[in-house]
Design a protein around this ligand. Sequence first.
Ligand SMILES: NC(=O)c1ccc[n+]([C@@H]2O[C@H](COP(=O)([O-])OP(=O)(O)OC[C@H]3O[C@@H](n4cnc5c(N)ncnc54)[C@H](OP(=O)(O)O)[C@@H]3O)[C@@H](O)[C@H]2O)c1
Length: 254
Amino acid sequence: MILGFIGTGKISSSIIFGIFKSKLKIKRIYISSRNRNIAKKLSKSYVKIKILNNNQDIIDKSSVVLLGVTPNVGYKILPKLEFSKNKKIISLISTINLDKLKKITKSKNIVRAIPLPPIEIKKGPVIVCPPSKFAKNIFKHVGQVLEVRNEKLSYKFWSTASLMATYYEILNTSSKWLNKKGINKKLADTYVAELFLSLSQDALNKSSQGFKKLVADSQTPKGLNMQVLNELKKGKFFTKFTKALENVNKRVSK
Ligand SMILES: NC(=O)c1ccc[n+]([C@@H]2O[C@H](COP(=O)([O-])OP(=O)(O)OC[C@H]3O[C@@H](n4cnc5c(N)ncnc54)[C@H](OP(=O)(O)O)[C@@H]3O)[C@@H](O)[C@H]2O)c1
C-alpha cells in the first residue's frame, strides 16, 4: 500500500508513527514538506517515507490519500488539486463535511475519520464515516475502528474527542496538588497516570454494565469518593461539562 499525507502535522505524524509500529504492510508513505520539522523527523526515522514538496505529486503517487490539514487550509488548497474519480481519500479535517469534500475533490471514494493522537501508540477509537473497507483496513492496525453510517451523528464524536486537553488537565491538577502536599513530582505523575490508566481499562472491560453502575460501585455511602462527587455536582461541574460538549457540537454541526 502506498499512502500519501497532505499536511504533516500532529495527527498525520501520530498516524504514521502508529503505522510503523503496526503490522500494516506499507510500500511507501509520501508526506508533504509542511510541517518542515515534523517531515524531516519522520523521513529520518523511516526509510519508507519520502517528502514531496508538491501536494499534487503526493496525490498522484499514492493509492490512499489522507487529508491532514486544518479546514481553512483545506478550503484554500483542495480546489486547486486534482483527484481521479476513484482515488481513495480519507479526510481528517474537522469541519468540512462529506458533501463539500465530494464536490471539491470530485471523488466518490472519500470518507472522514477521527483518529486521536494516542493512535501513535496504536491505542484509541477511530471513528470512520461512512463505513469503508479501505479506511478500516488501515486504521484497524492502529486503533479501534468504530464505523458510523450517519454523518450528522458522527459529528457528535468531535465534542467528546475535544475532552482530551481537559482530561490531561485533570491529571495535571491532581499531580500538582500531590506535589504541593510534599509528594515528589515523579512519584505524583506516575501515581496519577497509573490511577487513570487502571480506571479507564477497568471501565472498558466493564462498559457493557454501563458507566452509571461504575459511578455507584465506586462510592461508599458517606465515603470519600461520594464527598468529591457531591462537591463537584454542587459546584455544577458536570452541568458546565455538558454545556461545553453542547457548544463544541454547535460549532462542528454548522
Ligand atoms: N490533532 C488532533 O488530535 C486531531 C484529531 C483528529 C483530526 N484532526 C484534524 O486534522 C486536521 C489537522 O490537525 P492537526 O492537529 O494535525 O494540525 P496541525 O498540526 O496544525 O497540522 C496541519 C498541517 O498542515 C500543514 N499545511 C499547511 N498548509 C499546507 C499546504 N498548503 N500544503 C500541505 N500542508 C500544509 C501545516 O504545515 P505548517 O506547520 O508548515 O503550516 C501542518 O503541518 C485538522 O482539520 C484537525 O481538526 C486533528
